[in-house]
Design a protein around this ligand. Structure first.
Ligand code: NAP
Ligand code: 12T
Length: 337
């Protein structure tokens, strides 16, 4: 594989730090690395492959032709800087929701629609974390019998909201155990010992933006606008890894055993489904892992083509940084330089 000038935007954040770990672990071929963030972190030193790098300020002129930009500094920041990066001749793999639904921007999960990468015009969008792990688990079933309908409820960890939100869960839990107050800052309400049916902002139809991302991003990645998705996204007091209860209705029946066999062979999926021995996927087991774990596979008792699954994955890895690095690897294989 050729090597590339590589730049991580938002390098000091929860996703940015995971980017650096994954680039190291996968031996991503880098000819020159730059780490960018806001004025809050410019000047900080971060170690990568045994060398110290200084975090630089992100500006409109930060980019160069041929560079690969791995970006996770929030939607507003991406809307501002990405057009400048593209103009410079760089390619941006963007982790925010800024460009995901733009028709000319590919929205890619390499296990599902790698072919979409080729039509990029400088931006490739990385989908929402909850959507990524769901489509990794569902695409192999969709290929066997078309999925007509998805009803999903998520149990999302606080790391989806960034480093400060992780700190809030830790400190608030400790404060409440010590019978001290800890008012919410990152979340609308107390997150310790609680569940919040509220991720991202509410829209006029009663769904949150996070729920609508799961609807429209799923249709775009699976290239099938007829899939009817109903999502309820919940924040739970888990530090890392999102879990999802997923119910699907397929065109033809897929038995639970067939689903286990299909998913056992699927790329990026590990089936953990042994209720007799209390084996099922859990967030604490998937932390730091690359795969999407699927278990609790069972047929609906009443609806012949209905199937339930429990899907768990590390939201900072497959849900964010890993998926983006896999896209960057494909770009290099396609000859990007
Ligand atoms: P985080 O821990 O809060 O980190 C935010 C990062 O963005 C920090 O490095 C911060 O730098 C940088 N930043 C913020 N404003 C900036 C600006 N104006 N210019 C340059 N850098 C700026 O958040 P996170 O969890 O890593 O998430 C970052 C973003 O990634 C989110 O907002 C979201 O859009 C996206 N995300 C996507 C997924 C996904 O599903 N694919 C998952 C999680 C997050 P400083 O140190 O200078 O503040
Ligand atoms: N609100 O990439 O808060 O669109 O967990 C990812 C995670 C948005 C996104 C979260 C969010 C995104 C969250």
């Amino acid at each position: 594989m050729a090597s590339a000038k590589t730049c991580v935007v938002g390098a000091t954040g929860a996703v940015g730090q995971e980017f650096l770990r994954i680039l190291e672990q996968r031996d991503f071929p880098i000819s020159r690395l730059r780490l960018l963030a806001s004025e809050r972190s410019a000047g900080k030193r971060i170690a990568f492959r045994g060398k110290d790098y200084t975090v630089e300020l992100l500006t409109e002129n930060s980019f160069e032709k041929g560079e690969i930009i791995l970006s996770s500094a929030g939607g507003g920041t991406s809307k501002w800087f990405v057009p400048h990066a593209v103009k410079s001749g760089a390619v941006v793999v963007d982790n925010t929701s800024a460009f995901r639904m733009e028709p000319e921007v590919p929205l890619v999960v390499p296990e599902v629609n790698p072919h979409a990468i080729q039509r990029h015009k400088g931006i490739i969008a990385n989908p929402n974390c909850s959507t990524i792990q769901m489509v990794v688990a569902l695409k192999p079933l969709h290929d066997v019998s078309r999925i007509k309908r998805i009803v999903v409820s998520t149990y999302q960890s606080v790391s989806g909201k960034g480093a400060k939100a992780m700190e809030e869960l830790r400190l608030q839990t400790k404060a409440l155990l010590d019978e001290k107050p800890y008012p919410p800052k990152e979340f609308p309400w107390q997150i310790a010992f609680n569940c919040l049916p509220h991720i991202d902002s509410f829209t006029d139809n009663g769904f949150t933006k996070e729920e609508l991302k799961m609807v429209y991003e799923t249709q775009k990645i699976m290239e099938d606008d007829s899939i009817a998705v109903n999502a309820t996204t919940i924040r739970v007091p888990v530090l890392r890894s999102h879990s999802e209860s997923v119910y699907i209705e397929t065109e033809k029946k897929i038995t639970a055993q067939q689903a286990r066999e299909i998913l056992s062979k699927a790329p990026g999926v590990i089936v953990v489904d042994d209720p007799a021995n209390n084996k099922y996927p859990m967030p604490v087991d998937s932390e730091g892992r690359d795969e999407t774990f699927v278990g609790r596979i069972r047929e609906d008792l009443f609806f012949p083509t209905g199937l339930s699954l429990w899907v768990v994955s590390d939201n900072l890895r497959k849900g964010a940084a890993l998926n983006a690095v896999q896209i960057a690897e494909k770009l290099l294989q396609l000859g990007w330089s």
